[in-house]
Design a protein around this ligand. Structure first.
Ligand SMILES: *Cc1c(COP(=O)(O)O)cnc(C)c1O
Length: 365
């Protein structure tokens, strides 16, 4: 037996599988499983990325200063409160490591981003999931879950995999009623997609309180998932804490360059992607409902779909889709065995999904 002992909290979560490099991972022709942008990034972002090639022998800017400056300008924020990370997931792990101590309770939505659970566990914290009302977060349930030991609340708004959101007045109420020593982390990965007036990702709260963080990403609306570039808005003390953890050159120079181009130049791109996503989320919702499926109303670039007949119906349809080279997102890990999550794809991908499901139902009859 090995004499070395790993951190018991780290190994309390399942590790990532790492098959032999020789095993080629199955790729689906239509992959709608990961909430990725249906389009390539904007040409300006691609050009900026390519320009970095000849200087890859140099380390990136340690502080992502230009990108922070551009984000501050675009959203009218204080650049010193912005911290860039390799994807916003990295910030979630920094926050967990920076603020959760063994035995602390951390509240998160039961049908919320799975990464919270992993990070809470790896910091030795106790995950406290809260229930939803029909896949919508009720902030009173979060408040009811607070105990003396609660240290943090993670809240994806809008939520993944639910694609629903909590209105801003509810978020403000939540912050007002939560005890001050509890850090509220508002994960705005999909904030860019929401266009209703009653939504706000919460930058004002970061400026007003010392205990609210907003995380954002360029992975989704800006189509840069492959580069790993996220950013967060933090109160000064929280920023100082996570800067202890940031380590070396965590955000690569291609990521900074493409991110900067995306932030500076790309409202046309963002508007196009948002409009596409809204239009096709609506279309998919209508078509799926016509097939007899239940769909949770979505404000994001993905939707949560439910099979009223139960898990077997879901599994059979999923197998049929896979046979036809279409991959949708499993939510079995959330104990939602009768549901799947599907990303809004390109026009032809969306049609491929619906046509395959229609064929499936016709052949099943
Ligand atoms: C996709 C996603 C993220 C962002 O991930 P990145 O690390 O920025 O690519 C964060 N939170 C939620 C809820 C997400 O779905």
């Amino acid at each position: 037996m090995s004499k070395i002992t790993p951190n018991k909290y780290v190994v309390s979560v399942p590790g990532q599988p790492q098959p032999s490099a020789k095993i080629v991972k199955k790729k689906y022709k239509v992959d709608l499983s990961l909430n990725e942008n249906a389009f390539p990034p904007s040409q300006k972002a691609i050009d900026a990325y390519l320009k970095v090639g000849p200087v890859l022998n140099k380390y990136p800017d340690y502080t992502s200063a230009e990108l922070r400056g551009a984000l501050a300008e675009k959203y009218n924020l204080d650049d010193q409160r912005i911290v860039c990370t390799a994807g916003s997931e990295q910030m979630l792990s920094f926050l967990a490591r920076g603020y959760i101590m063994p035995g602390d309770e951390v509240i998160y939505p039961r049908y919320g981003f799975l990464v919270y659970w992993f990070n809470i566990k790896m910091a030795g914290g106790i995950p406290v999931p809260v229930d939803h009302d029909d896949f919508k977060i009720n902030v009173d349930y979060i408040l009811d879950a607070v105990t003396d030991k609660t240290r943090m609340v993670f809240l994806d708004n809008p939520g993944n995999p639910t694609a629903t959101y909590v209105p801003y007045n509810e978020i403000k109420k939540l912050r007002e009623k939560l005890p001050e020593h509890i850090l509220l982390v508002l994960d705005g990965a999909y904030a860019d997609f929401v266009s209703t007036d009653d939504f706000d990702c919460g930058f004002d709260l970061v400026e007003k309180y010392e205990n609210v963080v907003v995380t954002r990403t360029l992975s989704k609306l800006y189509g840069l998932s492959g580069l790993r570039i996220g950013w967060s808005y933090l109160p000064p003390d929280v920023a100082a804490t996570v800067l202890h953890l940031k380590g070396g050159f965590n955000v690569s120079s291609p990521a900074q360059a493409a991110g900067l181009a995306a932030v500076l130049d790309d409202d046309d791109y963002a508007i196009k992607v948002r409009a596409h996503s809204q239009k096709w989320a609506e279309w998919l919702t209508k078509e799926l409902r016509e097939l007899g499926l239940k769909v949770t109303p979505s404000v994001c670039n993905f939707i949560l779909v439910h099979f009223p007949e139960g898990p077997e119906a879901m599994n059979a349809a999923d197998a049929y889709l896979k046979q036809h080279d279409i991959n949708v997102g499993s939510v079995a890990i959330y104990k939602l065995p009768s549901s799947f999550r599907v990303t809004v794809g390109t026009e032809s991908e969306n049609h491929a999904l619906i046509n395959a499901l229609k064929d499936y139902y016709n052949s099943a009859q």
